[in-house]
Design a protein. Structure first.
Length: 158
């Protein structure tokens, strides 16, 4: 498998925080890979994983531990149109609030992570879990994580 020259960040968000994190990564880490694209999950399905890219799932958690509204179609398609995703390599950024939702904290990211793994996709590195209760600057945390994660992920796909 050739090393991808594109990072595709798929964003699931309700309040915009996950989108802000993804956009900060796009601006800060552009020097690390050929191109970075931020794409909201609105209306996406499993065909998004047909692209020759390294992926980051950047998603918040909504309600009782669900994926955000704009991520529902993509998440549902992973069940409704299951197919082997062994070619997919991805990182994970899971956002949540441990103070308000201790039992379902960052569960939106965990749901995507588990489902992608079930379909054969391979998560590279440890996830970044952003807790709104303890992290004052999620954009800076996301950029720092990506600066460390992306070179390792690219090396792992070489």
């Amino acid at each position: 498998m050739p090393t991808p020259s594109k990072l595709l960040i798929l964003v699931g968000t309700m309040t915009g925080t996950a989108d802000y994190v993804a956009q900060a990564i796009e601006l800060d880490c552009a020097d690390l890979i050929g191109s970075i694209e931020v794409r909201k999950m609105d209306g996406l399905d499993t065909s998004v994983f047909d692209e020759d890219a390294l992926y980051v799932i950047c998603t918040s958690t909504y309600g009782s531990g669900d994926v955000p509204d704009n991520a529902q179609a993509l998440y549902a398609s992973l069940d409704a149109q299951p197919r082997f995703l062994g070619h997919v390599r991805y990182g994970l950024i899971a956002l949540g609030d441990s103070a308000q939702y201790p039992n379902t904290f960052a569960n939106g990211g965990r749901l995507f992570d588990a489902r992608l793994a079930d379909l054969g996709a391979v998560r590279l590195g440890e996830p970044l879990v952003l807790d709104a209760f303890t992290v004052d600057d999620p954009e800076a945390a996301g950029m720092a994580w990506c600066r460390e994660w992306l070179p390792q992920a690219l090396a792992a796909t070489a």
